[in-house]
Design a protein around this ligand. Structure first.
Ligand code: GTP
Ligand code: MG
Length: 452
């Protein structure tokens, strides 16, 4: 019931893209310009996320934004490192991110992880914009630090401008091949129908004001209803990562997208075998940038409300899974909430067969994406689990009836050291890749060669 204490929360913006295309640099620049605007204090660092308030955004966007047009509090950016699967970013069966920025290196164009990001954005129906990054690498570029992109383009030679245009149209064409009609953002009338492409440079900051403007406009126009939350309601979130932290044991880095989590709350967290019921011992936030070098990395907070990133320390979190739900119990019964979490996990339970391959992935979301890709390729699955490849996975793979199924497909996971010799001695083939469709292709090629 969201009728009484409704407040608009911060939209969650995922920054996605191929390795090295500039996701982190872009966020650094947004943070950095905020610092140079003298608003460093306004920026809150979260676990895995950065919160930029509306005032700061409008300061950076300058003439492009009139802050009185907006009533959302700002934007919460989530960085997704290239080695880490952003398919973790799920919530209640949908996407955790309200909108996304797909970062594409303007010289490299679409690369495997770009394609993969597009697939996931399409599947989850997440609105997105494309940041065509690194425009400053265009030969002969005359940098216009921090300026809106159209002004910067006016300052370029014809030659530089036409080289950039060529690269931009290449990207627009690739988006079209992927089934999205796209154009340079200032030509887009309806952002629900067309994808806006924002040329920018994370290095010089030109075009960054435009990106912020487009993001604010998108969230304001299309997502206000979803942003209305009961700020005092029981917190709901998604595990981004399970991490051992000195002095705390296993902790879960969580993005809270609804309600509030308080210290001492009983929470239910999706686990490897069954939901974990535990009590919050500490809610941890990174200290402000200046203090990170001091001895303590975290600051304990009493409560944290959506949208935010926070590290939760609580007993028994070892078996928690990246991508799994986190739910505060508060005024309901533990059983009720356990059932809720089970129901949500059941949605992503992968269909398995009596015969097939073993699949391991780093998060629930990526496991689900793997299962979808394998279903399309008509490859049956014997067992699918989140986690690194362990001796028992090899033992299970060996039980497959058909030789071609004696295989383990690992997405973004490692072979545990104690499983190395098992693998050498077993008649099991291991495939590892950081791109889902490449992993599936590697396996299909292997099967083809085997049948020859
Ligand atoms: P992963 O997290 O590894 O996936 O990479 P990333 O997408 O976060 O890329 P990152 O921001 O680490 O940038 C990769 C490299 O590109 C770094 O050397 C950056 O300095 C460089 N780079 C990023 N943005 C720009 C840009 O706009 N112009 C130029 N010239 N270099 C850039
Ligand atoms: Mg990065």
């Amino acid at each position: 019931d969201h009728t009484h204490a409704d407040t608009l929360r911060t939209p969650i913006v995922a920054v996605l893209g191929h390795v090295d295309h500039g996701k982190t640099s872009l966020l650094d620049t947004i943070r950095g310009s905020a610092v140079s605007e003298g608003e460093a204090g306004a920026i809150t660092q979260h676990i895995g996320a950065t919160d930029i308030p509306l005032d700061t955004i409008s300061g950076m966007a300058g003439e492009l934004i009139d802050p009185s047009d907006f009533d959302l509090p700002g934007l919460l950016f989530i960085d997704t490192p290239g080695h880490h699967s952003f398919s973790t970013l799920r919530a209640r069966g949908g996407a955790l991110a309200d909108i996304a920025v797909l970062v594409v290196d303007v010289n490299d164009g679409f690369q495997p992880q770009t394609e993969e990001a597009i697939d996931i954005l399409r599947r989850t129906g997440t609105p997105f914009v494309v940041a065509a990054n690194k425009v400053d690498t265009t030969p002969g570029w005359n940098p216009q630090d921090g300026e809106p992109i159209q002004r910067s383009m006016e300052a370029q030679s014809e030659r530089a401008k036409s080289m950039l245009d060529e690269n931009l149209y290449e990207i627009i064409g690739q988006l079209s091949d992927a089934g999205f009609s796209a154009d340079l953002y200032w030509r887009v009338q309806d952002f629900q129908k067309n994808i806006g492409v924002v040329p920018l440079s994370a290095l010089t900051g030109e075009g960054v004001p435009d990106l912020l403007t487009v993001l604010m406009g998108l969230s304001q126009r299309f997502m206000k209803e979803e942003m209305a939350i009961d700020v005092t309601g029981p917190g709901e979130g998604t595990v981004l990562e399970v991490k051992d932290e000195r002095g705390f044991g296993a902790t879960v880095d969580t993005v809270v997208y609804d309600g509030v989590i308080r210290n001492g709350d009983t929470v239910v967290v999706g686990g490897q075998d069954e939901p974990i019921v535990t009590e919050v011992r500490a809610l941890l936030r990174p200290r402000p940038l200046a203090e990170i070098r001091t001895e303590k990395e975290f600051e304990k907070v009493g409560e944290i409300g959506a949208a935010a990133g926070v590290k939760i320390a609580a007993p028994d979190l070892d078996e928690a899974m990246a991508g799994a739900p986190v739910r505060v119990v508060r005024d309901r019964t533990v059983d009720q909430v356990v059932e809720e979490v089970k129901a949500e996990l059941a949605e992503i339970e992968v269909e398995t067969a009596d015969n097939g391959v073993v699949v391991k992935a780093d998060t629930l979301g990526s496991l689900e994406a793997m299962a979808n890709a394998l279903r399309e390729a008509e490859v049956p699955i014997l067992r699918a689990e989140v986690g690194d490849i362990a001796p028992r996975d090899i033992a299970v793979a060996e039980t497959a009836n058909q030789d071609e199924h004696k295989a383990i497909l690992g997405f973004n996971v490692d072979l545990l050291q104690n499983a190395e010799s098992d693998l050498e001695n077993a008649d099991v083939k291991l495939f590892k890749n950081k791109v889902i469709y490449q992993l599936v292709e590697d396996y299909e090629r292997y099967v083809e060669e085997k049948q020859r």
